[in-house]
Ligand binder design. Sequence first.
Ligand SMILES: NC(=O)c1ccc[n+]([C@@H]2O[C@H](COP(=O)([O-])OP(=O)(O)OC[C@H]3O[C@@H](n4cnc5c(N)ncnc54)[C@H](O)[C@@H]3O)[C@@H](O)[C@H]2O)c1
Length: 354
Amino acid sequence: MKHKKNVLLLGAGGWSREHWIANVIPSFTDELTICGLVDKNKEILNDSGKVLKIDKKHLFTSIELAFKSTRPDFCIVVLPPHVHSTAYEIAAKNNVPILSEKPISDNYEDCQKTYQLIKAKKLKMAVIQNYRYEGPIMTLKKILDSGELGKIDYIVARYASDYRKAKSWDVGSVYDMKEPLLLEGSIHHLDMIRYLSNSNCKTVQGISWNPKWSTFTGNSSTLSLFLMENGVKAIYEGNSNEAGNINRWHQEYYRVECEKGSITVNRDKTVRIYTRDSNGLPTIRIPPILSAPPSGHHKILRDFIDWIDGGKEPETSLNDNIQSAMMVFAAIDSNEKSATINVQTFLPTTNKKI
Ligand SMILES: NC(=O)c1ccc[n+]([C@@H]2O[C@H](COP(=O)([O-])OP(=O)(O)OC[C@H]3O[C@@H](n4cnc5c(N)ncnc54)[C@H](O)[C@@H]3O)[C@@H](O)[C@H]2O)c1
């Protein structure tokens, strides 16, 4: 029988409390023991410690001390993005595999440093891209992969939330960031473009901006055009100040135009396949939605545990996720330089001295 794994959970408030502690960890109590919990905020730490029924001696305000005092089989990082690389560095120093919330980091240099460090250490690391594992997306993906609609020509991806009211997007410091949408949010959508197209990205040409009526400081909207390595094109529309036609989190719009028809999913979570019948008349088919895990986190944590046990590398391992992260940084670069950017030149090399 496999032994119960010790897990160090980094981050006890925000998303950790809302999703990991409330929904994910309780589904894995037979397999995992939270051997330590970390948060710099003592009140949050004690409070979440009580929910998880963790002894006070396993609660830490220092990441360094937590790794020194516990012997985790792996760690889960649910800290704000600007703290991720510090946590990864300490985990790597202690040879502890990492399952991290997206994004790898909020800046390119830390992303690069992390990639090189984890590769050099040959450490297992995966990143949460939970949006891949929702019923409508799984259905869309299965139909695309089946070849029923032939080859993919292009993808239209739309995300639009109404965050016009200051602080209504309650994640990290998004209202003060230079590129809040691309750095904090878009990774989900750009990763989806890679996932649906089955390809890494070749080039990006994009603009990002902040509308006059926005309460954000930095660029909260983007229109970016991607050319994938396999020839698929994709347009990404991201809007944090949507006043009417919402496609917020978990309600994004995707339309994939293919050789023999097109397929969409919208905020109603219904997948629609548009084709022509033998008489040339338009047809719309609504396929049944595939059953999905309770959340994408459940699926990725399952895959990560299996990987630790010698199973196959999860689909959202660092090797894969670095490609989605590079799309984000290349899109920002494209806006800054008003130029078409080669995404692959952003991929960190692994032979540099760390
Ligand atoms: N996958 C998803 O759908 C999803 C959804 C929401 C958030 N997230 C991600 O989850 C992560 C956490 O987001 P959040 O909104 O909870 O962030 P947050 O800013 O609320 O911070 C989370 C916790 O980290 C603690 N913390 C901050 N700095 C610390 C440090 N140096 N040492 C110890 N503790 C520290 C804070 O006190 C807080 O309790 C981010 O990477 C975010 O992008 C993912």
